[in-house]
Design a protein around this ligand. Structure first.
Ligand code: AMP
Length: 549
């Protein structure tokens, strides 16, 4: 199928405000496609280049993209700036300047969806030394063949603009409609596979039977189950009667897949196997095949700082050296798959039993400390013990709960010792003042609203070291989408943990809330933008704050 057919579909979707019509348009488009095009259409219509679980990224910086557009269109720096100023969007600016170019590409073969996808694949694979040059060459080749409208779509996919693309929830509905399968089955398969393209293909070829056979599998990371904030220690007991209390470890969430080989993934689906070799070695003695869920923390006699762990996990070279400097421990709290069988639908208490039978504790691998009780006092004591040993707090879980990948809900609650902070995403950055005039040191943070939109809730100037600010300045320039004088709008991908004095009602921010005295506690390189907090949490914290006064 041609790329221009996909763009037609996009335009039709954009021309109606009716949700049902949008779903119908996408469903009939999907029905027309052959099997190889279906997955590509699912990714590109949701504004993505690749399925989520692969962790693959295009990684084309703003300035590279800018230079490529200039080269292909032949416009001057000033002309591109003018177009950019007019729209405030590089995709639209690219479309305009390319429309001015002599129409050489019309004599070439039109681009197919598959070709674009192959280009995306090659661009993402260009890594290491000389990668910027390789990416530029590929991108210039692609844009040279693209019509202005096609270029707009390509550019917007690269910048990862958030308002672009059909929402994933709607795509699930379109898949269900296109292939006449139950929506709930589509949602579940999506939750398990993190790949809408694959789900659509299964729906088409295997129907409802195929979808109901979808299971998690070794080597394919699944999203982690997430927790909601507990109001107090007693909440779990009030909710579940008997509750599972576990220590809350403050590190990075990891998923361990042990089949023929062992692979360890972060919550962003990055493969960190090489960074955790002592864990791999100890696990390789184990005769079973499994998928485990746990938290790896920096540990030497007691828990150490989270920043040290990030340094170790982000390291690409000198891995043995940093492993000695930052020893770690893996605390395992769940098992999702064992010797050919998925365990996610059996209750937590049974999963824990299987985990204890399967995993022997070794020097670097431990089972999460646990207490099952219906007594609030015992829960409190357990919490005090966790904190006195240097851990972050407790998790309180429903012993009868299934494992729900990617879901945040009331089956798992978290209760921390430190005052609650918020995980927010940086959406804009600005040059500072005085000695920080040449670095991007002022950040605007956003939380998610109920529809998944990102809404600003705070601006902070401090909390990071000079070294971190310098590293981030380079980083933000690479992911900038738009420049407005001294300010850049950046691709929303860097998650930071923000502390604050209090939450206020705000008439300035559209979210209705603003943080007073915000400061960055730490950079969460391990978390992705889909894991940031939502306005509900701000609301809840605001209510709790009122009760304390
Ligand atoms: P937070 O990052 O504050 O939202 O807390 C939730 C996170 O705590 C999870 O995503 C895990 O990374 C981490 N965690 C630490 N200990 C546990 C545990 N025993 N069970 C589940 N999650 C845990």
């Amino acid at each position: 199928m041609l790329l221009r057919d996909l763009i037609d579909c996009y335009e039709k979707v954009g021309s109606t405000t009716s949700k049902l019509e949008k779903i119908d348009i996408v469903a009939s488009f999907l029905k027309k496609l052959d099997d190889r095009d279906i997955p590509i259409a699912c990714y590109m219509l949701t504004g993505k280049a690749f399925p989520e679980w692969t962790g693959k990224e295009l990684n084309v910086g703003w300035s590279t993209l800018w230079d490529c557009i200039r080269k292909v269109s032949g416009v001057s720096e000033k002309e591109l700036f003018e177009a950019f100023d007019k729209f405030g969007d590089l995709g639209l600016a690219g479309e305009e300047v390319l429309a001015k170019k002599p129409r050489m590409h019309l004599y070439r073969e039109p681009l197919t969806m598959r070709e674009v996808h192959r280009f995306f694949d090659l661009i993402s694979k260009a890594r290491g030394e000389g990668s910027i040059k390789k990416k530029s060459t590929l991108l210039i080749g692609l844009l040279n063949r693209a019509s202005p409208k096609e270029a707009k779509l390509i550019i917007k996919t690269i910048t990862g603009e958030t308002r672009f693309g059909f929402k994933e929830g709607l795509m699930e509905e379109a898949i269900s409609k296109a292939f006449g399968v139950d929506l709930e089955l589509v949602r579940k398969a999506h939750m398990l596979l993190s790949d809408l393209g694959e789900v659509a293909l299964i729906a088409k070829k295997g129907g409802e039977e195929g979808l109901s056979r979808v299971s998690i599998k070794i080597g394919r990371p699944v999203k982690h189950m997430l927790a909601e904030m507990a109001e107090d220690i007693g909440e779990g007991i009030r909710r579940y009667g008997k509750a599972v209390f576990e220590y809350k470890y403050d590190g990075a969430r990891v998923e361990i897949h042990k089949g023929r080989e062992i692979r360890i993934f972060t919550r962003k689906f990055e493969d960190v196997t090489k960074n955790l070799q002592e864990v791999v070695e100890e696990l390789s003695e184990n005769p079973h095949e499994f998928i485990l869920d746990g938290e790896v923390i920096p540990f030497h006699r007691s828990p150490k700082s989270f920043q040290l762990l990030m340094r170790r996990l982000r390291r690409k070279y000198g891995l043995e050296d940093i492993a000695k400097k930052v020893p770690v421990r893996l605390y395992v709290f769940d098992i999702l798959w064992l010797n050919g069988k998925s365990l996610i639908d059996i209750p937590l208490k049974e999963r824990r039993e299987l985990l204890e039978k399967t995993l022997s504790q070794t020097k670097h691998i431990k089972l999460a400390e646990q207490l099952v009780t219906s007594s609030k006092e015992e829960g409190e004591k357990f919490y005090m013990k966790a904190v006195s040993e240097g851990f972050e707090g407790v998790m309180i879980k429903d012993p009868n709960s299934r494992y729900l990948p990617g879901k945040r809900g009331k089956h798992w609650l978290k209760f921390k010792q430190k005052p609650e902070s918020l995980d927010l995403v940086v959406i804009a950055v600005e040059y500072g003042h005085g000695k920080r005039a040449n670095v991007l040191s002022d950040y605007t943070f956003a939380a998610r609203d109920r529809n998944g939109e990102l809404l600003p809730v705070a601006k902070a100037y401090c909390g990071l070291t000079d070294e971190e600010i310098e590293e981030l300045t380079e980083y933000f320039k690479r992911i900038a989408i738009k420049r407005e004088g001294r300010r850049f709008i950046v691709k929303p991908e860097l998650v930071v943990e923000v502390k604050f004095g209090e939450i206020m009602k705000s008439s300035v921010y559209p979210s209705g809330y603003a943080l007073r005295f915000p400061r960055i506690e730490r950079i969460r390189w391990d978390k992705g933008v889909d894991e940031i907090d939502d306005i509900n949490k701000l609301e809840k914290l605001f209510e709790m704050q009122k009760r304390k006064v």
